[in-house]
Design a protein around this ligand. Structure first.
Ligand SMILES: NC(=O)c1ccc[n+]([C@@H]2O[C@H](COP(=O)([O-])OP(=O)(O)OC[C@H]3O[C@@H](n4cnc5c(N)ncnc54)[C@H](OP(=O)(O)O)[C@@H]3O)[C@@H](O)[C@H]2O)c1
Length: 358
C-alpha cells in the first residue's frame, strides 16, 4: 500500500474529489511557446496538489529492480497516468508481470536501436531510465537522452548510485554514471539524477548460495553501505516523474540521494536472515572469487566485471558509503515514503527466495 507523509495527506485533504469543477478543470502543463511542443498533461489544482493529470510516461528498464516497482506503483496509484514500459522481451514472464495494470502498454525496444527508442518516446511527456551495468551502458543511456531530446520529452529521471562512486576516476560503472549524468545535465532538458543506496533486492543475486549452501558470499569486507528498498526508490522516482513543473523546479539539473535508514555490513545481513529463521554465514570473498560466483549464477561477464570493480572499493574499505541521507527537500514532494522500509521486513517478505525450507 502507498505510504504517505503528512504533507501529502494534507494536500489530498485539500484537493477534494477530482470531478471537473471550475477549479480543477485541466489546463496545459506546458503550452507550446516553441513550435512543435505539444500540449502536455493537465495540472490539477496545482497550488494545492502539485500533481499532474493525464501524463504519458516512458519507463526504460521497466523489468528491472526499480523500474518494475515504478510501473507497479504508478499503475496502482495513478490510474490517470499512461505508462509505456520499454523492454527487449515483451513476451517474457518479467514483462508480462510488469504489464498487469490496465494503464501499462509494453513497448518493444532496445537501447542499442535508436529507431526503437524514437518509436517508444513518440508522444511521451516524461521518461525514467535505468540500464544495467553492461559495457555499453554509457552509450546506451546517452543515446536514450539524445532521442528523448529529439522527441521533445519534457522531463527525464535517471537512476544512478551513491555520490562517492559517481566520479570520472572510479573503476567500473561509477565513472559511467558520472559521464551519463554530465550528458544529461548538459542536455537542456528538465532532468534529475536519483543516486540510490545499495538495494536490499541486490541480495537476490546471492539467493542460491544462501538457500543451498547457507553462505552469503559477499565482497563487502568490513564496509557497511547505506541500503534502501527498491520500492522506496521507485516511489521517489514516481514523485519526481509526475509532479508539476513548479514543484520540479527545485530538483531540475540536480543529483538527489535516496537511501534507507540502515547501514548494513555482511554480519548485519546474516544476522537479519538468522532472526527470520534463515541460517546463513557471511563469507568474505576476494574479488576474483566474487566475480566468478556472479557469472556462475547467471550474471553476464561484463556486468559481473563492473559490479566486482565497484565492490572492490567496499572490500578495500576506501568508499565513503555509510551514513548517507536522503536529500531533505524530497520530503516536500507528494506521496513519498513517510518512513523508509526496513531490512527485516524485506527479509520476512522475501523469505521464500532465500529459505531452503520454503
Ligand atoms: N544494485 C544496486 O544496489 C544499485 C544501487 C544503486 C544504483 N543501481 C543502478 O541501477 C541501475 C539498474 O537498474 P535496476 O537495478 O532497476 O535494473 P536491473 O534490475 O539491473 O535491470 C536492467 C533493466 O535494463 C533493461 N535493459 C538492459 N539492457 C537493455 C537494452 N539493451 N535495451 C533496453 N533495455 C535494456 C532490462 O530490460 P529487458 O531485459 O526487459 O529488456 C531491465 O529492465 C544500474 O545502472 C545500477 O548502477 C544499482
Amino acid at each position: 500500500m502507498a505510504q504517505e507523509n503528512s504533507l501529502s495527506v494534507i494536500r489530498r485533504a485539500t484537493c477534494g474529489p477530482l470531478a471537473a469543477t471550475p477549479e480543477n478543470r485541466c489546463r496545459p502543463d506546458r503550452v507550446g511557446d516553441e513550435p512543435g511542443i505539444r500540449r502536455r498533461g493537465c495540472l490539477r489544482r496545482e497550488q494545492e496538489t502539485d500533481v499532474v493529470d493525464g501524463l504519458s510516461v516512458l519507463i526504460a528498464g521497466a523489468t528491472g529492480f526499480v523500474g518494475s516497482e515504478l510501473v507497479r506503483y504508478l499503475g496502482q496509484t495513478r490510474r490517470d497516468v499512461r505508462i509505456r514500459a520499454l523492454t527487449r522481451y515483451p513476451e517474457s514472464e518479467a514483462a508480462r508481470r510488469v504489464a498487469a495494470p490496465a494503464t501499462v502498454t509494453l513497448v518493444k525496444g532496445d537501447f542499442a536501436d535508436r529507431s526503437s527508442l524514437e518509436a517508444a518516446a513518440a508522444g511521451v511527456d516524461r521518461a525514467y531510465f535505468a540500464c544495467n551495468n553492461v559495457a555499453d551502458q554509457r552509450r546506451y543511456e546517452c543515446d536514450f537522452i539524445d532521442v528523448c531530446r529529439e522527441m521533445r520529452v519534457g522531463r527525464l529521471v535517471k537512476l544512478s548510485m551513491l555520490p562517492w562512486f559517481c566520479r570520472p576516476d572510479v573503476r567500473g560503472h561509477g565513472a559511467t554514471h558520472y559521464h551519463i549524468a554530465r550528458h544529461l545535465h548538459a542536455s537542456g532538458m528538465p532532468n534529475v539524477v536519483v543516486q540510490a543506496g545499495y538495494f536490499f533486492q541486490s541480495l537476490f543475486y546471492f539467493a542460491r548460495p544462501i538457500r543451498e549452501e547457507g553462505i552469503l558470499p559477499q565482497l563487502l569486507g568490513d564496509a557497511k553501505p547505506t541500503f534502501v528498498d527498491t520500492r522506496d526508490v521507485a516511489q521517489y522516482a514516481a514523485a519526481l516523474l509526475t509532479c508539476s513543473d513548479d514543484m520540479f523546479a527545485a530538483f531540475d539539473g540536480r543529483d538527489v540521494v535516496v537511501v534507507g535508514a540502515e547501514d548494513l555490513g555482511g554480519e548485519d545481513i546474516a544476522a537479519a536472515f538468522g532472526r527470520a529463521g534463515i541460517d546463513v554465514r557471511y563469507e568474505r570473498v576476494a574479488p576474483q572469487e566474487f566475480r566468478t560466483g556472479l557469472v556462475c549464477d547467471g550474471v553476464r561477464e561484463d556486468v559481473a566485471a563492473n559490479i566486482t570493480a565497484i565492490h572492490t572499493y567496499l572490500y578495500e574499505g576506501s568508499a565513503d558509503v555509510s551514513n548517507q541521507a536522503t536529500t531533505s527537500e524530497l520530503a516536500n514532494l507528494p506521496d513519498v515514503p513517510a518512513q523508509p522500509r526496513r531490512f527485516a521486513d524485506f527479509v520476512a517478505e522475501a523469505a521464500a527466495a532465500f529459505s531452503r525450507d520454503q
